[in-house]
Design a protein around this ligand. Structure first.
Ligand code: CTP
Ligand code: CA
Length: 224
């Protein structure tokens, strides 16, 4: 019992994770998306399952392969689909880590036929998508909630604002300025900011190692 508890510190816990980009359709053949690979979220899902958790991964379009066969993966395309999948699984989970690069805006209208090229310019009208993280932050009770922040200026201040506004327990700030950090690569440079406003910077390291740091922080703070 003692050994297993040490090796599988998340046994009996259910973790919900979002990963990857969302695609917001313009017409049957086009979308607005972003360059998120999904690697960070998939690494967290794999590692959480390795630590004994029951893992539900809600993923936007991604080519990343899961390593752990026990992760339950739900594939979605748009922010709206991701919102619904997350709300279906949030209530009975203990931890939620929302690492997806959700589109902030979607086309107001989706054309039913392929948009044809015409003379002159084309203007797109966009509307806001659901803020999935803020929406579960507003209804959480027991859940430990982790969000990410991608900033290019006033990093710490903006990240702290997101932590508060979205009612998070931990925010993981992605430092895009540093070499070896970002969306597509295999490494990340992150800074943790906890609910106590304590700031913990990390070195550039593989996303698999960042995943371990995040899950270690979660296990250490889950019962306090
Ligand atoms: N997020 C989300 N749903 C959205 C937008 C963001 O769940 N519609 C989550 C992301 O998964 C991430 C966190 O919110 O965990 C912060 O995302 P980020 O893009 O950094 O912040 P935004 O709140 O979208 O603000 P902005 O892009 O203007 O900085
Ligand atoms: Ca955003």
């Amino acid at each position: 019992e003692h050994d297993i508890a040490k090796k599988l510190p998340l046994r009996g816990k259910k973790i919900l994770i979002t990963a990857g980009p969302t695609y917001e359709a313009l017409d049957p053949v086009r979308f607005i998306g972003n360059h998120s690979s999904g690697k960070m979220g998939y690494a967290i899902a794999d590692e959480a399952a390795n630590m004994g958790a029951t893992v539900v991964l809600v993923s936007g379009p991604s080519h990343v392969a899961l390593q752990n066969p026990f992760v339950e993966k739900i594939s979605v395309t748009s922010a709206k689909e991701m919102y619904h999948a997350v709300h279906q699984h949030f209530e009975d989970c203990d931890v939620a880590v929302l690492s997806a690069a959700v589109a902030d805006y979607r086309p107001t209208m989706v054309a039913s036929e392929k948009i044809k090229k015409k003379e002159g310019e084309l203007t797109l009208q966009l509307e806001k998508t659901e803020d999935i993280l803020a929406s579960i932050g507003a209804i959480k009770h027991k859940q430990f909630l982790v969000g990410f922040a991608l900033e290019t200026q006033n990093e710490l201040e903006n990240a702290k604002n997101k932590l508060q506004k979205k009612n998070l327990d931990l925010i993981v700030l992605n430092s895009l300025k540093d070499k070896g950090a970002g969306f597509k690569g295999d490494t990340n440079k992150v800074t943790f900011i906890g609910k106590d406003n304590k700031v913990v910077p990390f070195e550039v390291k593989p996303k698999t190692e960042v995943a371990k740091d995040i899950l270690q922080y979660i296990t250490q703070h889950l019962h306090v």
